[in-house]
Design a protein around this ligand. Sequence first.
Ligand code: GDP
Ligand code: MN
Length: 397
Amino acid sequence: MNIHEYQGKAILKSFGVRVQEGIVADSVEQAVEAAKKMKEDYGSDWVVIKAQIHAGGRGKGGGVKLAKNLEEVKERATNILGMQLITPQTGPEGKLVSKVLVAQDVYYPGESETKEFYISVLLDRAKGRNIIMYSTEGGMDIEEVAHSTPERIHKEEIDPKVGLQGFQARKIAFNLGLSGDAFKDMVKFITALYKAYDATDSSQFEINPVLKTSDNKILAVDAKVNLDDNALFRHPDYAAMRDVAEEDPMEVEASKSNLNFVKLDGNVGCMVNGAGLAMATMDIIKIAGGEPANFLDVGGTANAETVKAAFNIILKDPNVKAILINIFGGIVRCDRVAQGVIDAYHEIGNIPVPIIVRLQGTNAVEAKKLIDDSGLKVYSAILLKEAAERVKEVLAL
Ligand code: GDP
Ligand code: MN
């Protein structure tokens, strides 16, 4: 689960990671009040107005702006709140900004230069270990750095038996070219950051930039925090940070019914039990000349309720021209699923697109008979090949 920058920073701060402070606001008036409060707390008129959306590259898209007085705060907040922010990560339609973070300006001049670094903590699945990835080339497009100067990106592997070791944090601070107070503060920063990553069951922390201020403090200017969905039950306070407005509405509804659903761009909706079978089904749809409109794994209990919920979600997609139901009846008997399909069909009423049902396994023959006798606009198949041919036929109609 992704969360907003301001939420990610709150989590980091609770683990002792220093962050660029800020106050979140969802109206221009609140933004102005926040800027006044920031001045009381930090003594500067200068604040940064930062759009809160679940996508990076906001700076490039015009979603991060410096304001030097209250007039400018008002102007910037007016422009950013309500804007459809387009960044390299949002897609061409952009994302609606409904909150801004009024943040402390941390790029103030001082005894030394400010420096931007890149630090992320993530799971390296191939190694089966967490790693800390870091670079002196922070603030800019890290993908570009990885592409053109990969030698500037370093990785430190964490041994799960002992966790992050002191010498590793010192090595990172050293490789980032720091010394003196900044070096010490970076060691503290990395230690706290790793602890936060571990304790929150996160799957990714990406801090870009990590800033060395002109008075040699290290802090997180940005925070991209991804929490592991499967561990959210251990963190109800983080689960409450979910912002469904940032998610695909169809996927939100599917997750309410415990369906594993991913929206795709094609024209054939599919409903399958088991992720592997769902992948294979998407392949046969493609072979038949269609494109899958979604990935949908109904899980182990394909009863009338789940089938109905799945139908309702698939039918929200106007691109869907046919639905392929592909269920392997093992513990769940095919005739039960068939009855579920028929019941769901009756309950929903008129389903405007043809449905191809392929049931294989326990009681497959009985299931086919139920479907064939139902009088509904449902085509049955037992072999995958037959199902694919049916898909081809109905798409040609
Ligand atoms: P992103 O573009 O979505 O990654 O958003 P960031 O939070 O990383 O901010 C983008 C850029 O805005 C940073 O790389 C900085 O250059 C700039 N920025 C962020 N905070 C400040 C600040 O306090 N003062 C100034 N002058 N610039 C800032
Ligand atoms: Mn950033």
